[in-house]
Design a protein around this ligand. Structure first.
Ligand code: FAD
Length: 97
């Protein structure tokens, strides 16, 4: 979980730096979005799992993050679409259908 959070923070900070410098490309933003939200989804699942049955009680917060992450996972581009954006950038071939 700490590895996911640390890697996601590093990528998000770098993309923010590029954005501030006016140098952020769409595929870089798409890679960060796809990577960070996928890792976040994995991380909240582990958080809920390590709490056992208590992980699904609202008072313990872990399950609340499930809903938050599911929203982040889909809006401003789903992983499928962001992956297609990244794939087009690194191969020069668009696989959109
Ligand atoms: C909390 C929240 C807030 C939002 N806020 C806004 C907002 O402020 N403004 C706004 O305009 N929209 C907003 N949206 C909408 C959001 O942009 C869409 O939900 C998102 O783009 C996915 O579109 P869709 O839900 O129509 O799914 P669909 O397009 O129906 O996609 C369904 C599934 O099919 C996949 N898919 C679709 N097309 C392809 C393809 N060509 N190739 C491969 N896979 C594909 C998708 O990745 C997804 O997994 C919000 C969504 C959420 C959940």
């Amino acid at each position: 979980m700490l590895g996911n959070v640390t890697a996601s923070m590093a990528m998000a900070v770098r993309v923010a730096q590029l954005q501030d410098a006016g140098e952020c490309r769409d595929d870089q933003a798409a890679l960060a979005k796809s990577f960070c939200t996928s890792r976040a989804r994995e991380t909240v699942a582990w958080a809920r799992e390590l709490m056992g049955g208590n992980g699904i009680l609202l008072e313990n917060d872990a399950v609340r993050f499930f809903a938050d992450v599911e929203a982040l996972y889909s809006y401003e581009g789903t992983p499928e679409i962001n992956t297609l954006v990244v794939g087009r950038a690194i191969t020069g071939v668009g696989a959109f259908v």
